[in-house]
Design a protein around this ligand. Sequence first.
Ligand code: AOF
Ligand code: ZN
Length: 373
Amino acid sequence: MNERFMLRALELASLGRGHVSPNPMVGCVIIHGPESDEPNAEPRIIGEGWHQRYGDWHAEVNAIRSVRPEDAHLLTESTVYVTLEPCSHWGKTPPCADLLIENRVKRVICCNDDPNPLVAGQGFAKLRAAGITVGTGVMAEQGRDLNARFFTFFERKRPYIILKWAETADGFIAGEQGTPVKISGELAHRLVHRWRSEEDAIMVGTNTARLDNPRLNTRLWPIQAGPLQTGFNKNPTRIVIDNQLSLDQTLNLFDGSQPTIVYHQRPLSFVPERHNVSYSFAPQDAGPLLVHLMQDLHQRRIQSVLVEGGTTLLKSFMEAGLWDEMRVFRSPTMLGGGRLADAIKAPAVRGNLISREKVGEDELTIYKNSPGN
Ligand code: AOF
Ligand code: ZN
């Protein structure tokens, strides 16, 4: 077992970020060498691959295909490092476990078991039944971290929630009436567009939709900026809460350029029809709106949501303990008055500090939710 190779597999997996959802990011490295009981041999990577895009070949297939014909005979003495349990089901592609068995690889080492009930241990069972040595739990934490969205989706039956806001040096997040003010700088702005391209959905509350008229797209993270330079620039699904369906239909959000979901609590005798806009009714007596939202998004297979404000919406996620990450920009500017950022933080909110770094003029701090919060 060699963590160096798993690290490489994790690195490859991450190249799929923003392109594979609702599938996990998976990387695979095939090694021939001493671990394969070859005396005096140096371990050598004979193949590698990753899951590049939703619907495309899985990591193991790409790795096996990358093996040069002259190395193909080494596969029977190889160790396959793959970040997730190889699949056992017929999905968009045939089972990866079968492929590894056909190629008679010697060992398979993974970070994590696949939480998808279609797989969940059956991939390993298949491999073992075919006489392949299986190891799992190698760099398990890094593996879970990489696919936090995928694991949250299957284990908690809800999307991974990222709360994001910007505050001024004197701690304000918006003007007096919650009016939006420009707080963070140009680089932070661009980074947010990159984040948007990495998540399945992006959400705002009614006031932000009305006052800000946001487009919620990824125009500042152009195609060339992505790791694959594929000419593929993914825009997230937009989500807006509009309880009484009072928002002006000429807002950018409703322009039909991206799938948009409107959650409301106003009973309707007919469902409005608009291109790319769907309406989801949450009956008032059916419990908290956010609970309805989580269930509905889970059904739609949305694995992550970037919540961009405003204050009321951020606060309700925090109060419900419904969040996994907080990303906070602090700018050097002073506002002198307005809505205090502290007001959106519920008293019980505690997060683990993950990182703090400069983004242009601003400082970005990232927290993750502590278990039990
Ligand atoms: C692997 N290697 O690279 C990935 C796996 O829709 P499909 O057919 O692509 O299947 C998706 C499921 O397969 C996904 O939910 C997860 O359980 C597994 N993903 N498995 O062996 C891979 N991406
Ligand atoms: Zn597979």
